[in-house]
Design a protein around this ligand. Structure first.
Ligand SMILES: [Zn+2]
Length: 271
C-alpha cells in the first residue's frame, strides 16, 4: 500500500493498483503490465492532479525497477509521461528516477513567491469535484461531493429561517489562483500586498473544494460589511452545525485580511 497526501494506492494484483481517496472513494486505477504504464481515472477526478500524484508516488516506490513505457499515441499522454520524468528512447520511453516538483510549488516559483515566506499553510487539493452551482453570477461552480451536500443543506436551512445565502465562489484551481495573482502583479500591485488578499497557489482553501465565498442580496460581494448582514449573523449561529467555519477572522495567524464571507467545510470525522 502507498499513501500520499490525498491518496491511498493498493495493489489488487502486482500489476493493477486501485487509487482511492482517504475516505475510501475509488478514483481510478494504475496499471503496469508488459512495460505499459497506464492510469484510468473517474470523470470527477480528472484534471485535479490525481494522476500525477498517484504516478509520482508509485514511481517513487518502484525507483529501483527499470521502468519503461510504450510511446503513447496521444499527445496528452506523452506530455503527462514527460512531466513525470520519462524521456524518449528509440521505440519507447524510459524513466530515470527523476520526480517532478509539485505543481503548486512550480506556480509559486513562477510568481516569485518564496515558499518559506508563506504564512498560510499548504492545503491538499480536492480529489474529486461535482457541480454545486450555479453561483450568484449564474456561473457553474464545483465543490467536493461532501461539501456540496453540506452547502445545499445549509442554504436550504437558512432559506427556511428567512435568510438568503448566495454563492460567490467555490472551487478554484491552484493554476487559476496563480492567474489571479499574476493579473494583479501585471497591474503594478506589490506581491506582499496581494498575498494578504489572495493566498499563494497551494495555500488557498479554494482548491480543497471545501471553501465557499458567500453573499446575500442586501450586501455587496466580498465586502467587509457582509458582517453587518442578517446572513452573517445566521452563519455565526448555525454554520458550525453544518460543518462550516469562518477561516479568516480578524487578526488571523495566516496574515489574510478579515474575510467574513469565506467559510470552509470540514467533515465531522476529519481531524
Ligand atoms: Zn474565499
Amino acid at each position: 500500500m502507498i499513501q500520499t497526501e490525498r491518496l491511498i494506492l493498493t495493489p489488487e494484483t502486482p500489476e493493477l493498483w486501485s487509487i482511492k481517496d482517504h475516505s475510501g472513494n475509488t478514483l481510478g486505477q494504475l496499471g503496469f503490465l508488459h512495460d505499459l504504464f497506464s492510469i484510468e481515472l473517474t470523470e470527477s477526478s480528472k484534471k485535479l492532479g490525481v494522476a500525477t500524484e498517484a504516478a509520482t508516488a508509485w514511481l517513487h516506490t518502484h525507483n529501483t525497477a527499470q521502468i519503461q513505457a510504450v510511446k503513447p499515441k496521444s499527445l496528452e499522454s506523452l506530455q503527462f509521461l514527460k512531466k513525470l520524468g520519462f524521456t524518449e528512447a528509440k521505440h519507447h520511453l524510459a524513466w530515470h528516477g527523476q520526480l517532478p516538483e509539485n505543481q503548486y510549488q512550480q506556480l509559486n516559483q513562477q510568481l516569485g513567491i518564496a515558499t518559506d515566506s508563506i504564512k498560510t499553510p499548504h492545503h491538499p487539493s480536492a480529489c474529486q469535484l461535482i457541480d454545486c452551482g450555479p453561483d450568484v453570477f449564474n456561473r457553474p461552480a464545483r465543490l467536493t461531493p461532501e461539501a456540496t451536500q453540506a452547502w445545499h443543506e445549509m442554504q436550504l436551512t437558512a432559506t427556511k429561517d428567512g435568510v438568503v445565502l448566495q454563492l460567490v465562489s467555490a472551487y478554484r484551481s491552484p493554476k487559476y489562483q496563480a492567474g489571479l495573482i499574476q493579473k494583479k502583479l501585471d497591474n503594478g500591485q506589490k506581491l506582499k500586498d496581494i498575498l494578504t488578499v489572495n493566498a499563494a497557489p497551494g495555500h488557498s482553501e479554494h482548491h480543497t473544494g471545501r471553501a465557499i465565498d458567500l453573499t446575500t442580496p442586501e450586501s455587496e460581494a466580498l465586502e467587509e460589511h457582509f458582517d453587518q448582514s442578517k446572513a452573517f449573523h445566521w452563519l455565526n449561529e448555525h454554520a458550525a452545525s453544518h460543518g462550516f467555519t469562518m477561516s479568516y477572522p480578524k487578526n488571523n495567524p495566516d496574515d489574510i485580511i478579515y474575510e467574513p464571507w469565506h467559510w470552509c467545510y470540514q467533515a465531522p470525522d476529519d481531524n
